[in-house]
Design a binder for this molecule. Structure first.
Ligand code: 4AD
Ligand code: MG
Length: 440
């Protein structure tokens, strides 16, 4: 027995129906919508790859199958055998003339109807909402982006190395750590795999870490999740300029992959594709923190105090100056993480870089050249009042063949929100976790 054939016909996914015009095929899925007119039922069937209209004509199917089609409710599951007909008016370019219909399950009244629902209601039904056109389009784009990420690094010979989720110490500062009870000891969920990425880069040269990260963000903003996915390349013998070259190569490649593979999904999302296209091209503009502050002073933030970190409105103003993401580098050391190397000519400057998206999506990437000098790093750990014992292993990397190195972290959901043009990051992960959200 196999579910992949029925009545002598092989299952074909809706996405691939255009390659089967004139053939009789099996389509399996769920009823998205339907209307009836006399001897005809027009079923909108979805299978996760697309939607096709299946036309059931009394006389082409046994009477009881025609009646059963009339009783189908939204999201009932079904299998239909039918002939693929080219049809210019239908969205996918084809429709099905049904010859056999098998109702798998008649759905109870479905809570999400074609009428408008509030986001709060839809989020409470996230497990069902995923079936709707826009959420499904975002999930397909997410899949393409993940594959483009892995391919990018594979082609450039970066090895995937996974970092632990339970950690004894902070990476990005102590304010957003989730504490867990680790057999009586205090441990934390990881904020970033970077420190382990650095150890791995000293073993393999070029690596990337790709996995979930956790931040106890107490703010309810559209740009923050408490659980999000981050991809973090790290490479030995990389300086800040190498990190920036890698970052622009990386993000432009991802955008290019989505434009090449998922244009139909971007259209479902009503993304203004012309605004995304420049981001598939290198180079990306590069400005220093000082130049970014000049932009702010000129563009509506005259009172921005030099030396502070940018908030969402500032990132939006800086991003608005450019048609693609901008790299902001050379930051005031005082507002950056302990591990960043200082500018040898000016110790007040950290060799960090943030990539800020156009169109108000904020920071996509944070990265840096790392402090590779043992004494300097020991000093930073003390300055930041971090527990020295938890970092001994990290200091070892500066004791045994220390080299200049660097890397960055790209937030997957931030990047997806920008690429898809959706308002809120919570739409870019299947089951979002936020301050006020852990169900479903
Ligand atoms: O700038 P961040 O904090 O950098 C790091 O964690 C470095 N250790 C990375 C590295 O160099 N290996 O975070 C990196 C990116 C941000 O630019 C943003 O895209 C995303 O992670 N990010 C979040 N995404 C969703 N929700 C949150 N709460 C996020 N915090 C950061
Ligand atoms: Mg950052």
């Amino acid at each position: 027995m196999t579910q992949q054939s029925f009545g002598g016909h092989r299952a074909v996914t809706i996405r691939h129906l255009t390659a089967h015009v004139g053939e009789e095929v099996l389509v399996q899925g769920w009823l998205y919508n339907m209307r009836s007119k006399g001897k005809l039922h027009f079923l909108q069937v979805r299978d996760g790859t697309g939607i096709v209209q299946a036309v059931v004509f009394r006389g082409n199917v046994p009477d009881e199958e025609f009646e059963a089609a009339g009783r189908l409710t939204q999201e009932s599951s079904l299998r239909v055998v039918g002939t693929v007909k080219a049809d210019e008016r239908s969205p996918g370019g084809v429709e099905l003339q049904v010859s056999k219909l098998d109702v798998v399950h008649v759905a109870e009244p479905y809570p999400i109807t074609p009428k408008e629902h509030g986001v709060g209601f839809l989020m409470q039904h996230r497990h069902l909402w995923l079936r709707s056109r826009k959420p499904a389009a975002i999930l397909r784009i997410r899949d393409t982006v993940i594959r483009a990420i892995r391919e990018f690094f594979h082609r450039r010979e970066f090895a995937c190395v996974d970092s632990p989720m339970f950690t004894p110490s902070a990476c990005e500062g102590t304010t957003t750590l989730f504490k867990v009870d680790y057999f009586g000891d205090e441990a934390y969920l990881t904020q970033s795999g970077q420190l382990y990425g650095e150890a791995s880069a000293m073993a393999l040269g070029k690596i990337y870490v790709f996995g979930p990260t956790f931040r106890a963000e107490k703010s309810k903003t559209r740009r923050h999740l408490t659980e999000f996915w981050m991809v973090e390349p790290e490479a030995a013998f990389y300086d800040l300029e190498d990190v920036m070259d890698l970052g622009e190569d990386f993000v432009s490649t991802i955008v290019g992959a989505v434009l090449a593979e998922r244009r139909d999904d971007l259209e479902i999302l009503e993304r203004d594709i012309a605004k995304l296209e420049p981001a598939a091209q290198k180079p990306y503009p590069r400005i220093t923190y000082d130049q970014a502050v000049e932009i702010l002073h000129a563009d509506g933030h005259a009172d921005f105090p030099y030396g502070e970190d940018f908030g969402a409105p500032h990132e939006t103003a800086i991003g608005a100056r450019f048609d693609r993401p901008v790299l902001v580098y050379n930051w005031p050391a005082a507002i950056k993480a302990f591990y960043m190397k200082r500018d040898p000519d000016n110790p007040a400057i950290a060799l960090g870089v943030d990539m800020i998206a156009s169109e108000g999506y904020g920071e996509l990437v944070g990265g840096a050249q790392r402090e590779d000098d043992l004494a300097a790093l020991e000093e930073r750990i003390a300055e930041h009042q971090l527990p020295r014992e938890a970092f001994e292993w990290f200091l070892d990397l500066r004791r045994f063949g220390s080299v200049p190195h660097g890397g960055f972290g790209l937030g997957l959901e931030r990047t997806l929100a920008w690429i898809t043009g959706v308002e809120h990051l919570r739409q870019c992960i299947p089951f979002p976790r936020m301050l006020d959200k852990i169900y479903p």
